[in-house]
Design a protein. Structure first.
Length: 318
């Protein structure tokens, strides 16, 4: 099989089923959280300027039907806690620069060795986020954390219809320069506080015995549900079909080699195009809080399929 240097396209999964309609207590919980943020008078608390306290278009799109449900589940169905956590994340996303300063240009120096990359999807369509600590190329600092978050955001871009989670795949093969306890804890706090219900599975390969002590320090700070999703030194990555899995370190059939000059622009363009398509579809569906990610993603998928059909017909008629 030939070598590949680019990310794989988002799978269409035409037979995936839409989310079930809410009933009873679940619907009541959702309706209460939705009503809080959908109120025309709503302002994000703690923001002095009334104009700045209003939610932006990007924030309204982020606050989807599925997003609200993720926070309700993470808050163990406590509505007040779910609202508080959503507001904390809205503020954090502004402060962290998710919509403006956290750009591909900012974090690119962290990406040149391929220490983190997105490639393939498991049998549920969840993007695979590979981490290779042995390829660490920069000194510890804020930009390393920004890079982790940027890649997480791109993984979200690449989630198809019905997909809300990703698979972390960490390979400790070769001598690795490990992150400090402080950096690891900061990243964990971000994941648990601002990306709840986003981890589908965590596969950790070739974990040397000396790192078990480090993991014992970190694991108490990992919430119990996330802890159950971690698999250490898996015999093989059974979550993936082999043609969606890299060969080196994981035993897949894809002979993927990270070539930054090829991979990086391809990933950036793929994600930018997908975000634009989803934003356009979101506006078409009303452009308000609570629109289903399912409807947005299926709309984009079906549009692309129709475009391909039209193109094929036109090509055949020439």
């Amino acid at each position: 099989m030939s070598t590949i240097h680019v990310p794989l396209p988002v799978p269409t999964h035409p037979n995936v089923q839409p989310p079930a309609e809410l009933t009873g207590t679940a619907k009541s919980e959702y309706d209460r959280v939705f009503a809080h943020f959908a109120n025309p008078e709503y302002c994000l608390p703690g923001i002095s300027s009334e104009k700045a306290s209003k939610l932006t278009e990007e924030e309204c799109m982020w606050l989807s039907y599925e997003c609200i449900l993720r926070y309700i589940r993470a808050a163990k169905h406590d509505v007040a806690t779910a609202i508080k956590r959503i507001e904390e994340t809205l503020k954090w996303r502004r402060d962290f620069g998710i919509y403006d300063t956290l750009t591909a240009e900012l974090v690119e120096p962290e990406a040149v060795t391929g220490k983190e990359f997105l490639f393939g999807y498991d049998t549920c369509g969840r993007p695979g986020l590979y981490m290779c600590p042995s390829k660490q190329n920069t000194e510890e600092g804020p930009r390393q954390i920004q890079f982790v978050v940027w890649v997480l955001e791109r993984a979200v871009d690449l989630m198809g219809p019905g997909v809300e989670t990703l698979v972390f795949m960490i390979d400790f093969a070769d001598k690795a320069k490990n992150s400090s306890f402080s950096t690891s804890r900061t990243v964990l706090n971000i994941l648990q506080s601002h990306y709840p219900e986003r981890l589908g599975a965590g596969l950790v390969a070739h974990l040397p015995w000396i790192l078990h002590a480090f993991m014992k320090l970190i694991m108490p700070f990992v919430d119990p549900l996330t802890r159950t999703k971690a698999v250490f030194n898996p015999p093989n990555a059974q979550l993936f079909e082999l043609d969606q899995l890299v060969h080196d370190g994981w035993g897949g059939t894809q002979m993927f080699t990270y070539d930054h000059d090829i991979y990086w622009p391809a990933l950036v363009e793929m994600c930018e195009t997908r975000r634009k398509d989803m934003a356009r579809m979101w506006r078409k569906l009303g452009g308000v809080i609570g629109i289903k990610e399912w409807d947005v993603k299926v709309g984009v998928r079906d549009e692309k399929a129709n475009e391909e059909k039209v193109g094929a017909v036109e090509e055949a008629s020439q």
